[in-house]
Design a protein around this ligand. Structure first.
Ligand code: 13P
Ligand code: ZN
Length: 269
């Protein structure tokens, strides 16, 4: 067996979470990440038949049975993952009936997966339905994005178009737009299930007065979406109280879509 602490997927999660912490997106235990792993990817590092313990889910996901995930632990700090991955993250397989996670490695202090697990597994299920290469769900609390939800209308089209209007590349990076949900209690199955529905049509979901969740085929891709939306929100918060003299119109957005061959949601432009 190879040393799991040197596995590329552990290093990549450690580096990504350290970077997110450094950017101020993940204070204390704020935020969580889950990523699908291939069996072949982990067999070199773990005995996949040795289950350390079973952790029940509050919502079952039979469609994900047998899938492997690495997931950040509830209450754990992103800033600590790099120095102590096996305490702060876990590797699990979804049980045959989808009602439990079989822990194969990690959560050394008896901990468990993030309290947002229903949203994560629901998002994985829905994104896999539209993209077989989907792998990552990433949740964080970026400052400008949260600030923006205090002062902006909570509406998918209006919120997206404000973000697209802040700088030209936004529509290129997320032509499929941003979904936004009004405030709801964190870590609840209700929030998880309502959110999952949004991931049928979107890769980016904003929770008003809370934060943002993005999905992607890799940690890099998910991270790129998050930093682009947060940058757009940063620009918006800089200009919202200024006398604006120049802005990106729908016609300009249409020109970008034509030149870059982008498809946006029907009727949004
Ligand atoms: P966890 O510590 O359970 O992952 O929760 C953090 C969070 O961001 C809740 O929305
Ligand atoms: Zn959160």
């Amino acid at each position: 067996m190879r040393n799991i602490f040197e596995a590329p997927f552990i290093k990549e999660i450690a580096d990504t979470t350290a970077n997110m912490y450094r950017l101020g997106w993940n204070e204390r235990n704020g935020g969580n990440i889950s990523m699908i792993l291939d069996e072949q990817e982990i067999e070199n590092y773990l005995d996949i038949n040795r289950v350390i313990r079973e952790i029940p889910l509050t919502v079952a996901f039979p469609n994900l049975a047998g899938k492997y995930f690495v997931v950040t632990g509830t209450g754990k700090y992103f800033k600590n993952i790099k120095d102590n991955p096996s305490l702060n993250i876990g590797i699990m397989r979804v049980s045959e009936d989808g009602s439990k996670m079989n822990l194969l490695w990690g959560y050394d202090d008896g901990g468990k997966f993030t309290s947002e697990i229903t949203m994560h597994l629901g998002a994985h299920e829905k994104r896999l339905g539209v993209d077989e290469n989907h792998r990552v769900v990433m949740h964080a609390h970026p400052t400008n994005l949260i600030s923006m939800t205090h002062v902006h209308e909570i509406d998918d089209v209006k919120f997206t178009k404000t973000l697209w209007g802040t700088c030209t590349e936004c529509i290129v990076i997320f032509p499929d737009g941003v979904a936004i949900l009004p405030w709801m209690v964190s870590s609840s199955d209700n929030l998880g299930l309502v959110s999952s529905e949004k991931f049928k049509d979107f890769r980016i979901l904003v929770w008003a007065l809370h934060g943002m969740t993005v999905t992607g085929t890799s940690l890099d891709e998910a991270f790129g979406l998050m930093e682009t939306v947060e940058k757009a929100a940063d620009i918006y918060m800089h200009i919202v109280n200024c006398k604006v003299k120049s802005s990106i119109t729908d016609e300009m957005l249409r020109q970008v879509c034509n030149d870059f061959h982008l498809e946006t949601k029907k009727g949004w432009l």
